[in-house]
Ligand binder design. Sequence first.
Ligand SMILES: Cc1cc2nc3c(=O)[nH]c(=O)nc-3n(C[C@H](O)[C@H](O)[C@H](O)COP(=O)(O)OP(=O)(O)OC[C@H]3O[C@@H](n4cnc5c(N)ncnc54)[C@H](O)[C@@H]3O)c2cc1C
Length: 391
Amino acid sequence: MKRPSLYFTEDHDLFRQSVRQFIEKEVIPHTEAWETARRIPLSVFGRMGELGFLGLPYAEAYGGSGADFWFSVVFLEELARCGMGGFVTAVSVHEYMAINHIAKAGSEALKQRYLVPAIAGQKVAALAISEPDTGSDVSSIRTTAVKDGDQYIVNGAKTFISNGTYGDFVTLTVKTRPDGGANGVSLIVVDLDSPGVTRTKLNKMGWHSSDTAEIRFDDVRVPVENLIGVENSGFYYLMESLQLERLVAAIMAVSGAEVALDWTLDYLNEREAFGKKIGKFQAIRHKIADVATEIEMAKQFVHHTCWLFTQGEVVVKECSMAKLYTSEMQKRVIDTCLQFFGGYGFMEDYPICRAYRDARAGTIAGGTSEIMREIIAKIVVDAVAYKPAYA
Ligand SMILES: Cc1cc2nc3c(=O)[nH]c(=O)nc-3n(C[C@H](O)[C@H](O)[C@H](O)COP(=O)(O)OP(=O)(O)OC[C@H]3O[C@@H](n4cnc5c(N)ncnc54)[C@H](O)[C@@H]3O)c2cc1C
């Protein structure tokens, strides 16, 4: 029986059913094909656009639903239940990490050119921060955008960029004042088919269905209108949106752990050893109890952080804690679950095997666990306070 919820209404529950149905019918059956192809077909973005899934938090004027944040929470939780970290990454980067900057600080023209087709699933978006020589230290990026009349000329390289190989455009972090440190970073939108852009697909350990690229920019000319918001304010836009990015990662990590537990519970009720179901062995039951407790505790904290977020609170501390805890938890939980599949857990035919590989990226992408600890320590130990960047 359904427990009462502080957060989810009947409408959210109905929406959950429709996303679950989509995932079961139109995503899970294609897992092997997409993982093998190392990409998801662009038509899937189109289909998700048609269903209204890609514009949940965005205004109706741009084709979005203007839905409250809990619809996004439901969507991300159900998305992560597909058990394919690559697919989940491709979609969540597009919707919650790349186009959100355009929606928040982009001009009307940028919204029409990029946000509208992205919400419709006709254009796929990437976010490029990391570079071959710098990832965690965002203010040290070296890709530059130098003004030349009504254009910027972009030079540099980005790496590990999700949706970078097949995507249509990128929200790109550049230095517009090379010696300005954090105060010299800007965000601009660049079409990935522009002359001077070279993309190389990277070969990864997991997240296979998401394409990940190294992208070079050699004298790429970009109209100055493609600047998002105010020049040299990009670092602060990024820092603020990283709250959402980390919350999104945490929501999906909890759900990814939960679905791994569900697969494991089914297996414990099927597999027999020494004349009984393996779910009857106390050594296993107690580990499962630990796993279920960890997941539930994490879920409650993440939901509470989502609620604070909906109240417009600055939740840098909670989002960093949520990302740190849930990504490490997901790794631990899936490791424990895999153990109970015995040899089958090591076989590619079993989703737990893919989940184990995919979970490994969680403590690295979107800010490493070490960086999460640094942020939390600054707030807890040094009493650093963060303010909203878009105010
Ligand atoms: C599958 C995948 C997809 C990704 N997708 C994207 C994407 O779409 N867009 C994008 O921009 N990036 C993306 N990334 C990049 C990711 O965000 C970076 O890998 C991450 O931020 C770490 O940067 P780095 O790899 O340069 O490591 P580095 O910053 O070089 O760090 C190396 C090690 O040093 C540690 N370290 C660094 N600084 C400190 C410190 N101050 N204190 C303690 N330890 C420290 C790190 O935690 C890490 O263990 C992706 C990465 C992966 C693996």
